[in-house]
Design a protein around this ligand. Structure first.
Ligand code: MCA
Ligand code: AMP
Length: 489
């Protein structure tokens, strides 16, 4: 039976039981927040947001570097009953306009309000750490499990990101499963430099810590040396990162200083077996790999108490069911899985797109069982994952095709040791066009204007025509096999 308890009730019960416990530390300022302070500061925050005109049920963009202020704003919004819409701090005005339009966001909270030029200035508020007391007599903490907590935007095959709403119940189920699976306790200290505009940083790291009643040390930006220093200073037991962060930690030569961790956790993209081995040898313990999605939260993890094997993402989390369909696609079901994409009408087929008739969500990842462990062997979709960020080729191709010199374009991910994959563009020129230095500069500035930096192609290869199969579909494997083409033009 699905319970209808909201996640905020769980957190507040833990704060009330141990008000002196340090829950949140801002690494840059050194400010720490005890549970009792968090209770009053987030009530203040919620009242402040209310005074700005934000009401229960309103969608509010949250776009800021990870910090104590970002964490407090997130909790304050949830306590008020508002719906948090996390937005990448690198999003361009075009991308912000799409997200605010689709989500119907009435307000934005940001550490760079000047980036929100397309929203009325009175609705964009700089993030602040709580100060003077305000009227806190407003109604807080009324949410139940079925209420919407977030709308996360995730890359869409149509080229435009889709909104994936998650409820308070999804968050509670997803974080409770993690707490159980990782034996996450009040004694744990997590050091995290993950962005707080994705499920990994916001829900796995921050909300997971709150549900565990543990401590999180938040870094504003990832820096390998600073992360190791902080892990030592704060006696960290947990570090969560995407493989690119682990690769940079390995390059720093200081991985061995993390040998005191209880768990070194990697996720969001495949962890190369060589990097798995490097982490294992340096920290004297195998990293935990976990597999998740924005639409589902975390689905599987390698075991805390058992053998963790390179190349596998482990077993389903408590309460989660995983099956592999005949076409190899991983399908999932569980209480943390969202109910369908954001649509303006319940009849819109987008709502339940990705779900099977019997209610399982198709992840788009191709998997196989290796004993009890799930092994991901590829993707049915064209998704590129670079440094843990997702890029859908269609969105980049649509931008490239607006250039006068480009007749056609295809974008693929090329394998890369640090980033996992990098974005590479293959373009076919219009008949009279040439690809000289000026043209290349124009393509680069077009992409800079339209696309967040991580989506921009790192290389442009001019080819005579795109390889296509009999159905007219671009053969992306052929393009990947070519790598960066330097000679054709
Ligand atoms: C930054 N750049 C990137 C990326 N990040 N390019 C491609 N892919 C990226 N991911 C660009 C910068 O804009 C800059 O471009 C250049 O690379 C170098 O910037 P640098 O300062 O070195 O990068 P950084 O700021 O240190 O960022 C690297 C990073 C970051 C820390 C690895 O990408 C990151 O935080 N990734 C984590 C993403 C994440 O949390 N994903 C979870 C989503 P230029 O030189 O042109 O200026 S998936 C999820 O939530 C599900 C549920 C799951 O399973 O977890
Ligand atoms: P997102 O849409 O940003 O939530 O990204 C979800 C996708 O990231 C999944 O569908 C997988 O393709 C990928 N992913 C997440 N965790 C892992 C992992 N541990 N190994 C391989 N791929 C992963």
């Amino acid at each position: 039976m699905v319970s209808n308890v909201g996640i905020v009730d769980r957190w507040r019960a833990l704060w009330a039981a141990a008000p002196e416990a340090v829950v949140l530390v801002d690494q840059a300022t050194g400010r720490d927040w005890r549970a009792g302070e968090l209770e009053s500061a987030t009530a203040w925050g919620a009242a402040y947001l209310h005074s700005l005109g934000i009401r229960s049920g309103a969608s509010v963009i949250l776009s800021a570097a990870p910090s104590d202020a970002t964490a407090l704003a997130f909790i304050g919004l949830l306590r008020l009953g508002a719906v948090v819409v996390p937005v990448n701090t690198a999003a361009t005005p075009r991308e912000i306009a799409h997200i605010s339009g689709v989500s119907g966001a009435t307000h934005a909270l940001s550490d760079e309000p000047e980036r929100f030029t397309q929203m009325p200035s009175h609705s964009v508020t700089p993030l602040t750490v709580p100060g003077e007391a305000v009227d806190t007599s407003i109604e807080l903490d009324r949410t139940v499990g079925t209420d919407r907590a977030l709308i996360c935007f995730t890359s869409g095959t149509t080229g435009a990101p889709k909104g994936a709403p998650l409820t308070h119940g999804n968050l509670l189920a997803g974080t409770t499963a993690l707490v159980e699976c990782w034996q996450w306790s009040a004694d744990d200290v997590l050091v995290s430099a993950l962005p707080m505009f994705h499920v990994h940083g916001l829900l796995v790291a921050l909300a997971g810590t709150l549900t565990a009643g543990a401590t999180i040390v938040v870094h504003h930006k990832f820096d390998a040396n600073r992360l190791v220093d902080s892990a030592l200073t704060h006696h960290a037991t947990l570090v969560f990162g995407v493989p690119t962060m682990w690769a940079r930690l390995a390059d720093s030569g200081r991985l061995f200083e993390l040998a005191h961790l209880r768990l070194a956790v990697s996720g969001s993209a495949p962890l190369a077996p060589t990097l798995f081995t490097t982490i294992h040898s340096a920290t004297l313990s195998a990293p935990v790999e976990r597999y998740g999605m924005t639409e589902t939260m975390i689905l599987a993890s390698t075991p805390v108490g058992g053998i963790r094997r390179a190349g596998t993402v482990g077993r389903p989390l408590p309460g989660m069911s995983i099956r592999i369909a005949d076409d190899g696609v991983v399908e999932v079901r569980g209480e943390s899985v969202f109910g369908g994409y954001l649509t303006s009408a319940p009849t819109d087929p987008l709502l339940r797109s990705g779900f099977t008739d019997d209610g399982w969500f198709r992840t788009g990842d191709i998997g196989e069982w290796d004993g009890d462990d799930l092994r991901l062997v590829g993707r049915a979709s064209e998704l590129i994952i670079t440094g843990g960020y997702n890029v859908y080729p269609r969105e980049v191709e649509d931008v490239l095709r607006t250039d006068v010199a480009i007749a056609d374009a295809a974008v693929v991910g090329l394998a890369d040791d640090t980033w996992g994959e990098t974005v590479a563009a293959f373009v076919v020129l219009e008949s009279e066009a040439v690809a000289d230095a000026e043209t290349l500069e124009r393509w680069e500035s077009l992409c800079s204007e339209q696309l967040a930096p991580y989506k921009r192609p790192r290389s442009f290869s001019v080819i005579d025509e795109l390889p296509r199969n009999a159905m007219g579909k671009v053969k992306r494997d052929d393009l990947r096999a070519r790598g960066v083409v330097r000679s054709e033009s």
